[in-house]
Every structure is written in structure tokens, then in C-alpha cells.
Write a protein that binds this ligand. Structure first.
Ligand SMILES: NC(=O)C1=CN([C@@H]2O[C@H](COP(=O)(O)OP(=O)(O)OC[C@H]3O[C@@H](n4cnc5c(N)ncnc54)[C@H](OP(=O)(O)O)[C@@H]3O)[C@@H](O)[C@H]2O)C=CC1
Ligand SMILES: O=C(O)C(=O)Cc1ccc(O)cc1
Length: 433
């Protein structure tokens, strides 16, 4: 029984001491757990120094040593490496231990564990649905009891309870299905915005069209994504069996809407947007209780807001709702398994679709105002480019696409992270109220 596990008789192993592994090691050891951890052998000395003042974190040279001496081992490595790393260290797992992974996509992780772990080892995976610098309190933490007894599940729950997250119990398949909707397609939208700004050599905070209100959310979140490691986004999009279709539909929605705009098909365009809005937001179509408010949004700008706002047709948002509608996705159903980024993204789409006057204005701008056709063309190319990289399973192509734009925005990451963190905190607190 979990009640009987004690700090001094139960060791947690962590394989992969990158951002998430270190966060887990620190939080678990702060709570009193004994942690044995490793990264690649060449990082052994550096990690020993980094964690020298932590008496409950014991750095070991490799995953064999962690696996054979730990009761619950969490793999915190790149999603694309899980098969290789589990093949390496899995056979060394202590008899009767519990093994889990924290990768963002569960199909390959579970397949790797089933293939490489001895049959007397139990499998319980997890996934913290937030980045390493976000306070884990109240955030969803998915727990997947794949091959394990109830008593072992209780042990894992007890260990992870120190994160103060909200436990969400799913199968690996349910997890991948939901995160394809909440994560992969959300990232595709922001990655496309960044790529389009880069293609036009625009720093959006310097351009009136992109300053103020929901533009601030778009810019801050785009820069936030590009300031992180490419493999996190590549892994959860390329390896998730459901993500290709979502991302393909997003690119298709962008393309369809762009063509209707170009051709000036006002009726068809408007009908398509309104139908999508009704399917996704249904009876939520009224002002009053929006997740996001102007006065909050306007505070978080990297640039100076113009006196008169420049019109924007918000193609990225219209396409998001069209995509959800085409795939019969109701994003509110996924709130239990949402990341902060997804909640903000949903807040932004809601802001547009639940204010009928604003939506009408946006539709009018889309058809009548061709000032920004070239920005929108680049956005359309970008969405299709990301979709192709994901569809072809092209990790290296994805990496090049990601890192070239990362370099373009790099000088502003420090500012954007500061403003973005503050924005996320304030907006999410507002959403809770
Ligand atoms: N960052 C995030 O916001 C979140 C990430 N995740 C998931 O968590 C996992 C880890 O992500 P994150 O910490 O950000 O990534 P990092 O790149 O920071 O960490 C992964 C670490 O694993 C190491 N590693 C690779 N192979 C081995 C090996 N054979 N033995 C030991 N260590 C190894 C890597 O070394 P090297 O760099 O040399 O390859 C790296 O230090 C990923 O699967 C990601 O999808 C989940 C939630 C949030
Ligand atoms: O909120 C997001 O979508 C992020 O970008 C952070 C993130 C990345 C990977 C995960 O598996 C979970 C969270």
C-alpha cells in the first residue's frame, strides 16, 4: 500500500536531466524523496557539481545505474529518443520497479516500454502539461496506468503529489488524441505566425497592425515557443499519430479561407466563419463573460499601441475555429487536459467569436481590405510548410525551419519572456476568477 512507502525506503530514478528532469528532481527531492538521476555520461561531472548542495539528489554516470537502484524510474528524454534510451537501460530495471516517461507523446513511449522492459516491471507514465518554468500548482498532470497494480498507482500518486498538480487519468491513446488537439495544432498556429513574420522580415511589435489587445497574446506566445527547444514541438507533432490530421486540417482551413478572401467571396466566407463559430461556441455567443478582457490584454505589449487600431482579419484565428469545426472538436471538452498556452489560445479565439460586432468587422476587413494580403500569403505558406514537415515525419526539416526563425527573433527573447510570463500569470489568474 502507498501509505507504507516512506521517503527512506523508496528511490525515484530520473533518466534525462534536461529542463523537465531537473525540475522533477528538484521538486521531488524538496518534498523529501531520495532521487537518483543521470543524463548522458559526458554530463556526469557537470551535473555532480550543479547538484552538489542537494543531499537527496544523487547523480549517477548512466541509466543502468539509475535503473537498477530505483523503485520508480521516470524517463525525461526527447520523445524521438525514447525507443533508443529504453532499449539501452530498460533491461537493467530493478525487479518489480515501476517505470514511466514524461515525454509529450505516449504512443512511442508505451511501445518502447512494452518492447524493452522486463515483464516483471510495471508501467505508469505521466505528463505535466506545462513547461519547466511554470508553477505546477493546479496544472493538469496526466497519469497513465498502463500495466500496473492499484497499489503501484497509489505509490506514483503519492510521489507526484508534491507537484500539487491536478491529476487526470487517461489511457495513452486518449492522451495522444487530446494533446493533438490542444498542443500540436495550437503550436502549428503560432509557429506559422512566427514563420510569416520572419519571411516578411517583420518584428511584429514594431508594426501598428500587431500591437495591442489580442495581438499581444499572439506575439508573446509565438516568441515563447520559438525561445524553447525545437525537439519538444517536433516530437509532439511528428510522433503523435493523431496530430498530422489536425495540423493538415489547420493548413487546409487557412488555405481555403485565404482563397475565399482573395476571390472576394463575401457570402461564402461569412457563412463558413459563422457556421464554424456556431459549431464551436454554440450558445456561448454573447458578450459579458469573456475569458480575456481588453484592459488586461493591452498591458502586455512589446511595442507602443497606436491611437487608432489597424484592422486585422485575424486569419490565424478564423482558421483555428474553422479547423475545430471541420474536425468536430469542441475545445472546451479538453480543458481538463489543457496547457496554459491552449487556454490562452482558446481565450483569444473566444474573444473574437463571442463578440458578434467584432467578428463582423473582421469578416469585412478580410474581404474588403487587401493591405495585408502579402502577410496573409506568407502565413498560408507557413501553415502548409509546417504541415508538410509533420506529414513527412521530417525531423531535420522541422529543426531547420524552427531554428532559422528562432535566430531571427532571438534578440527579443529576454524581453518577450519577461512580458510573456507576466501576461500568462495575469490572464490565467483572471480566467480562474
Ligand atoms: N519542455 C517542456 O515544456 C516539456 C517537455 N516535456 C517532455 O519532456 C521530455 C524532456 O523535455 P525537456 O526536459 O524539455 O528536454 P531537454 O532536451 O532539456 O532534456 C532531455 C535530456 O535527456 C538527455 N538524454 C538524451 N539521451 C539520453 C540518455 N541516453 N541518457 C540520459 N540522458 C539522455 C538529453 O541530452 P542531450 O541534450 O545531449 O540529447 C537532455 O539533457 C521530452 O520528451 C518533452 O517532450 C513534457 C512537458 C513539458
Ligand atoms: O503549453 C505548451 O503547449 C507549451 O509549449 C509547453 C509544453 C510543451 C510540451 C509539453 O509536453 C507540455 C507543455
Amino acid at each position: 500500500m502507498a501509505d507504507t512507502i516512506a521517503f527512506d525506503s523508496f528511490t525515484v530514478g530520473i533518466i534525462g536531466m534536461g529542463d523537465m528532469g531537473k525540475m522533477y528532481a528538484r521538486r521531488l527531492s524538496d518534498a523529501g524523496w531520495r532521487v537518483k538521476a543521470c543524463d548522458r555520461e559526458e554530463k556526469y561531472e557537470g551535473l555532480c557539481q550543479e547538484f552538489a548542495d542537494r543531499k537527496r539528489i544523487h547523480i549517477l554516470p548512466n541509466g543502468h545505474l539509475v535503473s537498477r537502484s530505483s523503485d520508480y524510474i521516470i524517463y525525461n528524454v526527447e520523445a524521438a529518443s525514447i525507443d533508443k534510451v529504453a532499449a539501452q537501460y530498460g533491461p537493467s530495471t530493478k525487479q518489480g520497479a515501476i517505470v514511466g516517461g514524461q515525454t509529450s507523446c505516449k504512443a512511442p513511449e508505451i511501445a518502447a516500454f512494452e518492447k524493452h522492459l522486463p515483464s516483471d516491471v510495471e508501467i505508469i507514465s505521466c505528463h505535466s502539461l506545462h513547461g519547466p518554468k511554470v508553477d505546477s500548482t493546479g496544472q493538469p498532470l496526466v497519469i497513465i496506468q498502463h500495466r500496473a497494480s492499484h497499489a503501484s498507482l497509489e505509490k506514483v500518486e503519492k510521489v507526484l503529489s508534491c507537484l500539487n498538480s491536478q491529476h487526470v487519468y487517461l489511457s495513452a491513446e486518449e492522451h495522444d488524441h487530446i494533446t493533438a488537439d490542444t498542443q500540436a495544432v495550437t503550436h502549428a498556429a503560432f509557429l506559422s505566425m512566427g514563420k510569416a513574420w520572419h519571411a516578411n522580415e517583420q518584428f511584429p511589435w514594431e508594426i501598428a497592425r500587431y500591437v495591442g489587445g489580442i495581438e499581444n497574446v499572439k506575439i508573446n506566445l509565438t516568441l515563447r515557443i520559438y525561445s524553447q527547444k525545437w525537439h519538444v514541438y517536433a516530437g509532439l507533432a511528428i510522433l503523435n499519430p493523431y496530430a498530422k490530421e489536425q495540423i493538415r486540417q489547420y493548413a487546409q482551413s487557412v488555405t481555403d479561407l485565404y482563397k475565399l478572401m482573395l476571390a472576394g467571396h463575401r457570402g461564402e466566407f461569412s457563412q463558413r466563419i459563422k457556421t464554424a463559430g456556431a459549431r464551436v461556441f454554440g450558445s456561448r455567443n454573447c458578450d459579458g463573460d469573456l475569458l480575456l478582457k481588453d484592459e488586461v490584454l493591452d498591458r502586455f505589449s512589446l511595442g507602443k499601441k497606436p491611437d487608432v487600431p489597424t484592422p486585422n482579419n485575424h486569419l490565424s484565428l478564423l482558421a483555428m475555429v474553422d479547423c475545430w469545426s471541420q474536425l468536430s472538436i469542441v475545445p472546451y471538452d479538453h480543458m481538463i487536459c489543457s496547457t496554459p498556452l491552449f487556454r490562452l489560445w482558446l481565450g483569444v479565439t473566444e474573444y473574437l467569436f463571442r463578440q458578434p460586432a467584432l467578428l463582423d468587422e473582421v469578416i469585412k476587413v478580410a474581404i474588403d481590405d487587401n493591405t495585408f494580403r502579402s502577410d496573409d500569403l506568407e502565413f498560408t505558406f507557413a501553415a502548409r510548410g509546417w504541415s508538410e514537415a509533420v506529414a513527412f515525419g521530417d525531423f531535420e526539416g522541422y529543426r531547420d525551419r524552427f531554428e532559422s526563425t528562432q535566430r531571427f527573433f532571438e534578440p527579443r527573447f529576454a524581453d518577450a519572456t519577461k512580458v510573456g510570463n507576466e501576461m500568462i500569470k495575469t490572464i490565467l489568474e483572471n480566467i480562474k476568477k
